[in-house]
Ligand binder design. Structure first.
Ligand code: SF4
Ligand code: SF4
Length: 458
């Protein structure tokens, strides 16, 4: 079945919003990740805009083939930064995504696989139940053998992509033991909330631990509502609006339930709500629009969105405390020797798309990292191009994502850096996965981990 075109207000709205200023100059094409790996006009921003105009005029049907060209878009927003005409492709693709979820536009397997991801990934308790038996497999010689022997290929491309992302599972991934309030060390300067995320909490639990310690060490009290699920970012990127609203409302509820007279975090309001994963921060900053149509939630969504900040953005804004900066020591090279003026530690900062193009943050993280003694920031050649992670893109479009992952890992590795720095869990998992196959693999760390490592003696 084909979706008929002019009856779809979303398309007219999207066209009115975004397609009119497009002058078809093609400046956006070199920055486009899907065009980079697929090489066809229909898989570029210009091509997609052209298709939307044709759909809007009733000259093209939104059938499964056309929908596939929209599904190939990573939503990385690099084209928005590149466009000289101010085309808001971000709004265009956001308006288009919900229609791509029409059942007739995807195969039964694609629908089932997505449904599985939506039921699993946003809920740490469910994901933990699945991962518990996999502790005997992840990161062990058995996993290496299964991959080497090609056994994992029998799973099919999507499930194999899931297996490839599976990192060694740390014991703390299966616990949620953070107190609701982590006090500031020394004089309290600020009081913030922390979004703990879903996948990050399980696949890289050291990040939240480092984030909490870093804030506390800088005189910032941290409120961590327990039982948090996904903030809604994962489903938001897929145009699953109902699920997104439900997840974001659940998160708001959990924050509101700990703040107030007689509640665990007391009555004092939060100055900001911090996020240590760029994709989540980008979505949470849009809660005003995500919840705008919900009478009971619109004002709460707006108030929450106004408080959201990336942890690096916030720390750059308020500054690291002088006491903390005084503690910072040179980090160690991969061979164990400390960085020095003669041999600085070279860091390649990977700009997550939703940080760079979505939130306009690029210098703040670099300036924070430069406060670590004997660190030199080196720039990768293709710093603005997506790594292929893009929410669940690397699971639902595994071939294109793998190609982008290989390009990104090779780019970071050949920058000459000793270490890659990534502040988004999806990117970190994707880059680590593909880094192994480069000629010169380098570790990947979150900036908050590096700052805490430096403060703990390097
Ligand atoms: S750069 Fe902007 S104006 Fe040019 S083709 Fe791309 S979207 Fe259109
Ligand atoms: S969002 Fe990214 S992948 Fe999609 S059209 Fe723009 S540049 Fe290409």
């Amino acid at each position: 079945m084909t979706v008929t075109q002019p009856d779809h207000p979303f398309l007219r709205t999207a066209s009115a919003l975004a397609t009119d200023p497009c002058i078809h100059c093609g400046f956006c094409l070199p920055s486009c990740a899907s065009y980079r790996v697929l090489g066809t006009e229909m898989d570029s921003p210009r091509g997609r805009i052209h298709m939307l105009k044709a759909i809007d005029r009733g000259e093209l049907s939104l059938d499964a083939t056309v929908a596939g060209h929209f599904d190939s878009c990573l939503g990385c927003l690099a084209c928005v930064s590149a466009c000289p005409s101010g085309v808001r492709y971000d709004e265009l693709i956001a308006a288009t995504r919900p229609r791509l979820n029409a059942p007739e536009l995807r195969s039964p397997w694609q629908r089932s696989f997505r449904a599985l991801l939506y039921q699993l990934l946003p809920y740490p308790a469910r994901l933990r139940a699945l991962l518990q038996p996999l502790r005997l497999y992840a990161g062990t010689p058995l996993q290496a053998l299964a991959r080497r022997s090609g056994l994992t290929r029998l799973l099919g491309p999507q499930l194999e992509a899931m297996e490839r992302l599976l990192p060694p599972l740390q014991p703390e991934a299966f616990q949620d033991e953070a107190p609701v309030v982590v006090p500031a060390r020394g004089r309290r300067r600020h009081r913030v909330g922390l979004v703990t995320g879903c996948v990050q909490r399980l696949f890289d639990p050291a990040v939240n631990r480092a984030a909490t310690e870093l804030l506390s060490a800088n005189g910032i009290e941290v409120v961590i509502p327990p039982g948090q699920n996904c903030c809604g970012a994962m489903t938001h990127h897929q145009g699953e609006l109902e699920r997104t609203r439900a997840l974001s409302q659940d998160l708001l509820d959990r924050f509101e339930s700990v703040i107030g007279e007689g509640r665990p975090a007391g009555p004092e309001p939060l100055e900001a709500v911090l996020v240590a994963a760029s994709g989540c921060g980008h979505t949470l900053k849009q809660l005003d629009t995500i919840l705008a149509e919900e009478p009971d939630w619109a004002a709460r969504g707006s108030a929450f969105a106004a408080q959201v900040a990336d942890i690096q953005e916030f720390l750059h804004r308020v500054g690291l405390s002088p006491e903390f900066v005084a503690q910072l020591r040179p980090l160690r090279h991969n061979d164990g020797s400390p960085a020095s003026a003669d041999r600085p530690l070279r860091l390649a900062y990977h700009d997550a798309c939703h940080m760079l193009h979505g939130q306009g943050l690029s210098q703040q993280p670099r300036q924070l990292l430069r406060q670590i003694p004997h660190v030199r920031i080196v720039e990768a050649v293709e710093a603005g191009v997506c790594c292929g992670s893009a929410g669940i893109y690397n699971l639902v479009q595994p071939e294109e994502a793998a190609e982008l992952g290989r390009i990104k890992a090779a780019d970071l590795s050949s920058s000459g850096a000793d270490l890659a720095v990534s502040a988004n869990i999806g990117c970190s998992l994707q880059i680590r996965q593909h880094m192994e196959a480069t000629a010169r693999p380098i570790p990947v760390a979150h900036p908050v981990e590096l700052l805490m490592r430096s403060a703990s003696g390097g």
